[in-house]
Design a protein around this ligand. Structure first.
Ligand SMILES: Cc1cc2nc3c(=O)[nH]c(=O)nc-3n(C[C@H](O)[C@H](O)[C@H](O)COP(=O)(O)O)c2cc1C
Length: 355
């Protein structure tokens, strides 16, 4: 029997008032200074005001060189950027929710027009399967990341985490999902290196480990450090990034040995069985770790939220929070709620303020 979606959960000392969180959502609204539009920041505060227990930011780019993957993404590396986020974290806290900033490097998903370095970097010189939907062109072949680049990448995560702490976030998340840089390292699909960062799962995990090890000291133990992971990539949607249940579970064990406060598993559909088994990816994950677990993917009403909690502690929703400001109260009242289509989420990238 699952715990109730409206029961509290103690996430490393942060008492969540319920199990519903706003999943990270890129909005591409920063026109200058890598600072999101005021209405985009207000959107996050309003979701806290309306009952979400946990609010993730959009994916924040970790450097001014090669990390950016989409136009108008935000950064948190300068005092001006920190000052823009301070009132947001204070307001989210005032409304009783916990704020977590997601940190992101896009790796081979960069493209010259928006990438300050004019080059993209990845574990190996391989492009994703699909063309870039924003340019209509193939992604450029990335440079094979050097050890110098790796240090620079790690430093970007550290500096961004410092920025997040200064801005008052309750925590940071390392984006290891969806086919971006860390995810590219984790899977043999994009990582064909023969040095200490490729080959065995332990080697492919090394960048994630190095980033966690470097970031944890700047995130005090009473704040949160979470890691997001998926078996799919946005430009490789049909590829299973990990081959077997054993590989997935070994990876989860490696994560569980790290100083993390939670693992966030991102799926297309939380109900879908994973790796040819009859179990969901959440169940396969829960079987090997007691770390707090977040699950996401097609959770859109009370029955799905409740069902998703069977093998997780927190459920995250993206499109339902994006399109419905009253999502939490609607779930509480058990209203019949739609499962939104991906195309409906395009409003995220328009200039029309969301309610
Ligand atoms: C507009 C939009 C932007 C997104 N941006 C991010 C992001 O920045 N980081 C991330 O980890 N996931 C991102 N996602 C994926 C969501 O967090 C979530 O995993 C996915 O939408 C499935 O959840 P849902 O079925 O509740 O929409 C985005 C999704 C949408 C719709």
């Amino acid at each position: 029997m699952s715990k109730d979606i409206f029961s509290e959960f103690n996430l490393n000392g942060h008492v969540l008032r319920n199990r519903l969180g706003v999943a990270p959502m890129t909005r591409m609204s920063s026109v200058a200074d890598s600072i999101p539009r005021p209405d985009v920041l207000d959107f996050l505060v309003r979701r806290a005001e309306n009952g979400a227990a946990l609010v993730f930011t959009e994916a924040i780019v970790t450097d001014y060189e090669s990390a950016q993957g989409y136009p108008g993404q935000a950064r948190l590396l300068t005092q001006r950027q920190i000052d823009a986020w301070k009132p947001v974290t204070a307001a989210i806290r005032h409304h009783g929710a916990v704020s977590v900033l997601q940190m992101f490097h896009c790796g081979r998903m960069a493209w010259p027009e928006i990438n300050p370095a004019g080059r993209s970097i990845a574990p190996s010189a391989l492009t994703p399967q699909q063309d870039n939907p924003l340019t209509g062109k193939p992604y450029p072949v990335p440079d094979t990341i050097s050890l110098f680049d790796i240090d620079h990448v790690i430093n970007g995560f550290v500096e961004t985490a410092r920025g997040a702490m200064a801005a008052g976030f309750d925590g940071v998340e390392i984006h290891g999902a969806h086919g971006y840089l860390i995810s590219q390292f984790l899977s043999t699909y994009a990582n064909q290196r023969t040095d200490g960062y490729g080959g065995s799962l332990e080697n492919r995990f090394r960048l994630a480990h190095d980033i966690i090890a470097a970031v944890r000291p700047v995130v005090p133990r009473e704040r949160l450090l979470t890691f997001r992971i998926s078996n799919w990539g946005v430009a490789d949607p049909d590829v299973s990034l990990f081959e077997t249940r054993e590989e997935w579970q070994s990876l989860m064990k490696l994560l569980a040995d790290e100083p993390l406060d939670a693992i966030s598993v991102s799926t297309y559909d939380f109900k879908a069985p994973g790796f040819g088994t009859d179990q969901t990816i959440a169940a396969l994950t829960r079987a090997v770790t007691d770390l707090p677990l977040m699950i996401c993917g097609k959770i859109h009403d009370r029955p799905t939220a409740q069902a998703a909690l069977e093998h997780a502690d927190i459920v995250l929703a993206a499109k339902s929070f994006l399109l419905n400001p009253n999502f939490v109260s609607d779930v509480r009242e058990g209203r019949e709620l739609p499962l939104h289509r991906s195309t409906e989420a395009n409003v995220a990238y328009t200039e029309a303020p969301l309610i």
